[in-house]
Design a protein around this ligand. Structure first.
Ligand code: AMP
Ligand code: ZN
Length: 467
């Protein structure tokens, strides 16, 4: 089956092919590091992780760049209020972002690029745009003249022809119907950080960093560009204008946008104050895997409502998966092979990949796994699941976990490792055999205290971590 993605540019599901057939060149708008990133932001970053892993499962290599916006209006305001330089101020939140992303098991892009390390590249690009007559200067700031780029509006499917009269906007973020000339280079204001460049003393606007860094590392035409839907306009529209006005070539083949994480009908956002950071949620006792699972379980083009019930349901789903994994590892099944079970496993694997191939439909992919687990559990209970069926079931779980990555529990500091737990269980079994029941009980209590639950079955001891 072909891999298909919904392309915001064409508003269609399109078969995906990287330009060179092997390596996917992909750019992601990363965080603006003026605060802790919230789990709404992480919904978009988690979608990108599923995208990366799906592309690799299809045999593609990845060259993925993500920027970190470390100079912009909000950062400057916040760092001034904190009495810090923007470098000092942003470093703590960049670190926190990378730590949180690692806890959520988001693969690190091949390159993380910081805006402040690319000022010169941006200046050169703005000079190129000036030479091609796409810019003008006003009060020392440089603006992109959108009337000079007739395709403006193609990504957001907006016809701006009526209102591109040459008014301009100086701020980095603005409303949907504001098709105004946007700022590329901002003249220095008192107290603000600035760079002394041929464009004058100042700093870049927000939009120029992404098109410049994408083209610098990935070439004039890249395969995939991702972000949340709120970036379609103006940010990505402006990126296209900057890039294509410079090269005359298409900037991006496939534009993929993730829908928002919502809270009671509204977008989770810092400005509305209805947000949770990863830290907030971990403090309430949920695991990083539960948050990851929740964020990726709904297809990325559907809005997802955040609730704590949803997090609990995610925890339960992970428990089901892990319990099945434990059964496969620990139980002894009758000898032989059940052809029906073999067929079920093969069909589930096909359905799992087919779900992901169809614009990353994670809900369909998960349904395939859970239907299999239900059938296999029933077959195990009735003795119809045979020892020879284990490898196919294992392969299915492995394929699942290479994308969803939730089976292995995050080991908290001070927690027992799997090996330590199994060692203690062995000791307990020994103690029981030699009728040392007080030692056996003590081990059970010790494990329980550390969140490990034991279950004695006819096939031996099974254990799991309390979620
Ligand atoms: P920012 O740091 O604001 O530039 O946002 C980083 C990424 O998170 C961007 O791709 C945004 O589109 C995305 N984003 C912001 N809010 C949400 C939300 N509530 N749900 C999903 N993605 C979001
Ligand atoms: Zn961007």
């Amino acid at each position: 089956m072909p891999l298909r993605f919904y392309n915001t540019l064409t508003q269609q599901l399109e078969e995906f092919q990287p330009q060179d057939g092997k390596t996917v060149r992909m750019y992601t708008c990363g965080p603006t590091v003026y605060h802790y990133v919230h789990i709404g932001n992480f919904r978009t970053f988690s979608f990108q992780d599923i995208l990366r892993r799906t592309l690799r499962a299809r045999g593609y290599a990845l060259d993925h760049v993500m920027n970190v916006t470390d100079v912009e209006d909000k950062i400057i305001r916040a760092s001034m209020a904190a009495g810090q330089t923007i470098q000092e101020y942003t470093a703590q939140y960049t670190r926190a972002f990378l730590d949180d992303a690692a806890l959520l098991r988001l693969e690190r892009p091949e390159r993380i690029a910081f805006a402040t390390e690319h000022i010169n590249d941006m200046v050169v690009a703005i000079e190129g745009l000036a030479a091609r007559k796409h810019t003008y200067v006003s009060d020392g700031s440089v603006y992109f003249r959108i009337a000079s780029f007739p395709q403006y509006g193609r990504l957001s499917h907006t016809n701006f022809s009526g209102n591109i009269a040459g008014a301009r906007v100086e701020v980095d973020e603005y409303e949907k119907d504001d098709a105004r000339d946007f700022v590329l280079w901002k003249a220095r204001k008192p107290g603000e950080p600035a760079w002394d460049t041929p464009l004058g003393d100042g700093r870049p606007g927000w939009h120029i960093e992404c098109s410049v860094m994408a083209q610098k590392y990935l070439g004039q035409t890249i395969d995939i560009h991702t972000g949340g839907v709120d970036l379609i306009f103006p940010h990505h529209e402006n990126e296209i204008a900057q890039a294509e006005a410079l090269t005359g070539k298409p900037f991006v083949k496939y534009w993929l946008h993730a829908e928002h994480l919502m809270v009671e009908g509204q977008k989770m956002s810092k400005s509305l104050g209805n947000f949770f950071t990863l830290r907030d949620i971990l403090e309430k006792g949920y695991s990083p895997e539960a948050i990851r699972y929740l964020l990726v379980s709904a297809p990325y083009r559907k809005q997802l409502n955040f609730t704590f019930d949803g997090l609990k349901a995610a925890t339960t789903s992970i428990d089901r998966l892990r319990n099945f994994d434990l059964r496969l590892r620990n139980e002894r099944f009758p000898e032989g092979l059940n052809p029906q079970m073999q067929e079920r496993a093969a069909a589930a694997l096909t359905a799992f990949h087919a779900g992901l191939d169809e614009d990353l439909n994670t809900a369909d992919a998960l349904a395939a796994i859970f239907e299999f687990i239900r059938d296999a559990n029933t077959a195990m209970d009735s003795g119809e699941f045979k020892s020879g069926d284990t490898p196919a079931a294992r392969d299915l779980l492995t394929a699942f976990d290479s994308i969803f990555d939730v089976l292995k529990p995050t080991v908290q500091e001070g927690a027992l490792s799997d090996a330590e737990i199994e060692e203690l269980i062995k000791e307990r079994t020994q103690a029981k055999k030699s009728k040392n029941f007080s030692r056996a009980d003590a081990i059970r209590s010790e494990l329980l205290e550390k969140g490990i639950i034991l279950e004695d079955t006819k096939d031996g001891v099974r254990w799991k971590r309390k979620s």
